[in-house]
Unconditional design. Sequence first.
Length: 400
Amino acid sequence: MASSSTSASAVLQAGPWGSRYTMVDAWRGLAAFGVVCHHLNIGSSFNLGHMCVMVFFVISGYCIASTSESCLKNKIGFGGFMVRRVRRIYPPYFFAVMFFLATRFLKHAVGAGNQISTSLLEWIQNLTLMQWTHLVFHPTSLPSENTHLFVSAFWSLNYEEQFYLLMAVFAMLALKFKLPIQRTVLFLAIPCLIWNVIFPSTSYGLFLEYWVHFAIGVLVFYRLCQHRSRKSAWLIDSGLAAFAIISTVAWYLGPIDVRWVYKEWAVVSIFALLLILFRRYDDAFKQNAIGKGLAAFGMITYSLYLTHQFNLRPTRFIADKLAGHGMPHALVIPVQMIELLIIGTVFWFFCERPFLNRPLTPPACAPTTRKSIATFFRKRETQKTVPAITPPSPTNDPAR
């Protein structure tokens, strides 16, 4: 009896943990890999790619909540928040659009067809990430079916930009009026949940359709990094478990050939519970070789996500050529994946890495490096050799 009580206590440990969660990078990498697999016709019957994007939304909620809190600590409001998000997201996206157009011009030049849009409106929408405005008047079941997307995989960024705008507003309200971000996010989730219940299979391109998914990720952040009470942790975990059960039942009873929001809710709530459950293993995970590899893979997932879909045919062409020269046919898909990974890595190095934001505050769980250890001891030696001239005061007390 005592052992079971101890086990439950460990699982429901409230924290707070550090906001730096290495395993999130690994999950991001696995989700991107799932999207690539979907476009290679692996897991398409389950709509694997769409479900992996749902995982992205939860991860985005967690990470943006962390960023919002860092901005609050550094007195950064709406403008500063949006500058950081636009710098992080838009330049790689712009280069990806240019990359896509280069491949389409090349395809047209060799007589393989013309896939270049002649609509000025579509060009403006794609260059400004405003493709979602087409769905407002022409709704579809899945947002990836939006005909105004140059690359259908870019649909999720339409929602992400709306999430960022709202979180910037909430950060501003928190800074000026002391309104907790967690409270405003969850308050907005209520009408969004009702919207989804009314329109469970229709996409209008509005943040309402995926805000609940994003808000669950925000909730996970505050559950792990802010809440100290075991009672509040238990309430959040129980609520997510109940939401997962209800959504799974509704998923089972619903249609299978259209977007069904309950299927998405089941996936995101179960994933949120996994993030909470595995948090206590993160220190061991990031010391493991597999964990380090998956976390490193997670670094390039945005670039992989941006570039993989419109490079499927050329990479398949190369893989088929290799198969025609003696390579086992079973290696065609693995070789194609490696090609896509190489393209994504090169794109990351030149088109994403230069625009990574520097952290506002040092990660709470950042590993200690040799350099930091050496700096620490140098400071200690300096303190030993230089005598104090004045006693500590409120302005120079090292404890501050």
